[in-house]
Design a binder for this molecule. Structure first.
Ligand code: ATP
Length: 581
């Protein structure tokens, strides 16, 4: 049956309030949105009209479309649309509205002497009935390709200089965001987009604020409801405990830097991702002696800025303001030593090793680099006539509903077994071409820290020298050497302990359901992953049960908004799909 968009009636009670909740895929915590037809016109709260172009991305929870102001031909905006009951877009929208005003961004840039800042902003927002179901949408500027594309095409690495430039840019965004009292909590290559237009490729933008949350400034109190939120590969140790902190954002960036430099994270190599608690323990072990852990990962020498940065992050207190200048200094000094200017387009081509440059990454294939260049230039979508019109005169924003807690979750106690209430923002990263971003739930029973960090030292951690020993020699250990002047020598190699996967059923992957749109499409990781899903890649499925559903991720905004006792539309279980390499 063709999808149809019903215009709302002008008079009478808002039909939006009466519409059925969006359909949820079986086993999903959040409903996926109804498809918006190309040419549909959405009306935002300020009565601005936006014409929907082709879909350019599907995230874990919503769909992203190119969009143009009605009557204009330039599809230079995007519309992100999710069912009204979904928390993440609600959180993201309010974060933008309150904390990412264009004037504030401008002021921050002036104060710091920055020409550009990778902080997106919101152009408009509203609600719309799509196929009789109420959806929320936001309109944002349209950016270019996300960097996970280059990472994949380069054989899972980025040029060292570009990694340091990205680190500098992301630290700027963090500094801005943290100055508003919020943390991002989900930095990853798929959430970093290049700018568009002239000089656009010199600046990367951090998107997806669906996990934005107030950081703690007081006591360190583990929160079972928020434990493990984020993208499991990069989730910080604090986020594994459900505590949003600034140091956690820095830690997430650190894990990404390791990966961008071409080294697989130990918990990925050891196949622990299906069990968040094991990933958490592995990270704790890793960060406990991060110098040694990095040496094991980079046997030919730890890149100095990475080593310094990670050691600094490991020492930060949970409520300490990071010294952003200090961190930036490590990366900018490295760039200077490598004679790589921190200006101009970000370079994603892996160059052959030569004595005349400091990039010691292995040569990329000419095919890969050519594809990267071609794909980096998004094409303009086709404009479609005869638009349907959807509008919504909603004055007051309704908070997404969440399921009331059956019982208050007990605080983790020493040696006590705790089954946390998990909010559904656990995902796998899309950094592997064979892995898809999904939501997951832990199926392990988290064991609280031997000494809860809230009590005495928030940084006191147990020493779980288990399978995830940082000293383990992992097959991912970097074989490439990094800038010689910048590297520390590894002293020893140690053997790897174990690979663990539990509750896993392997299955052949079914064919792709959706197909990317036509000629004018910009290929996004999501659309690419749909396309690539045609490959006969084996799928790992993990079925995990959700305990005491917490619908809205742990943002104070969301928490405040979700004080309603209305029942959650979400199902109590999720299915995790993991694509094997
Ligand atoms: N402003 C934008 N311009 C161009 N592309 C975008 C923009 N925002 C998002 N995208 C594309 O859509 C993809 C998904 O976006 P986003 O991460 O915001 O969605 P999401 O549903 O929150 O995803 P997830 O929660 O699974 O990370 C991005 O990886 C990117 O490729």
């Amino acid at each position: 049956m063709p999808r149809a968009v019903k215009p709302k009636t002008a008079a009478g009670p808002s039909p939006a309030k009466k519409t059925a909740p969006a359909k949820k895929a079986k086993g999903k915590l959040y409903a996926m949105p109804e498809k918006l037809k190309e040419g549909t016109v959405l009306q935002d709260l300020a009565k601005g009209k936006w014409c929907i172009g082709p879909s350019i991305g599907i995230g874990g929870f919503g769909e992203i479309y190119a969009a143009a102001r009605a009557g204009e031909k330039n599809y230079d905006a995007v519309v992100k649309c999710e069912p009204h009951g979904n928390g993440p877009l609600f959180v993201e929208m309010h974060f933008y509205l309150r904390n990412a005003k264009q004037d504030d961004i401008k002021q921050f840039k002036q104060q710091r002497g920055l020409k550009t800042l990778g902080m997106p902003y919101i152009l408009a927002s509203g609600s719309a009935d799509v196929n009789g179901q109420k959806h929320r949408f936001i309109v944002m500027p349209r950016y270019g390709s996300d960097i996970s594309k280059f990472f994949k095409e380069n054989g899972k690495r980025l040029p060292e200089g570009t990694v340091y430039r990205l680190a500098l840019q992301m630290l700027d965004v963090y500094q801005f965001m943290h100055s508003t009292g919020y943390v991002h909590a989900d930095l990853k290559a798929a959430n970093i987009l290049l700018g568009q237009g002239k000089a656009g490729a010199a600046q990367a933008y951090l998107v997806d604020f669906g996990l934005a949350s107030h950081f703690v400034t007081g006591e360190f109190k583990p929160d079972p409801k928020k434990m493990h939120n984020g993208t499991i590969e990069y989730t910080s140790r604090d986020a594994h405990l459900g505590v949003p902190t600034r140091r956690a954002d820095l830690e997430i960036l650190g894990y990404n830097i390791i990966e961008w430099l071409g080294v697989e994270l130990p918990w990925v190599t050891q196949k622990l991702l299906a069990v968040p608690l094991k990933v958490q323990k592995a990270k704790e072990a890793f960060m406990e002696d991060v110098g040694a852990a990095l040496k094991a990962l980079f046997p030919k020498g730890v890149p100095v800025p990475l080593g310094e940065y990670m050691k600094y992050v490991a020492k930060l207190k949970h409520n300490e303001e990071p010294d952003y200048d200090k961190c930036r200094n490590w990366f900018s000094t490295a760039l200077k030593q490598m004679k790589i200017p921190n200006t101009g387009d970000l370079d994603f081509k892996i160059k052959p090793q030569s004595s005349s440059n400091n990039n010691h990454s292995p040569p990329g294939t000419s095919k890969a680099t050519a594809t990267a260049a071609a794909a980096a230039a998004p094409k303009r979508p086709k404009k479609v006539a005869s638009p349907d019109i959807i509008s919504d005169s909603e004055e007051e924003e309704e908070a997404p509903r969440r399921k009331p807690q059956a019982k208050a979750s007990p605080a983790p106690r020493r040696n006590a077994k705790v089954t946390p209430t998990i909010s559904p923002r656990k995902r796998y990263a899309e950094t592997s071409p064979t892995r898809k971003r999904v939501k997951t739930e832990p199926n392990g029973t988290p064991k609280p820290r031997a000494t809860p960090r809230a009590a005495a030292s928030p940084r006191a951690r147990a020493s779980p020298r288990s399978a995830a020993s940082p000293k383990a020699r992992t097959p991912n250990a970097a074989s490439a050497s990094f800038s010689p002047a910048l590297s520390l020598r590894a002293k020893h190699d140690v053997s790897m302990d174990a690979n663990v996967i539990v509750n896993v059923k392997r299955k052949k992957k079914a064919g792709a359901k959706d197909q990317p749109t036509g000629e004018g499409d910009v290929k996004t990781p999501s659309s690419r992953s749909l396309a690539s899903s045609k490959e006969d890649t084996p799928v790992t499925r993990v079925n995990l049960r959700k305990v005491n559903g917490e619908g809205v991720p742990g943002s104070p905004l969301a928490a405040a908004a979700s004080s309603s006792s209305s029942p959650s539309p979400r199902t109590p279980a999720v299915t995790v799909r993991k694509y094997r390499r």
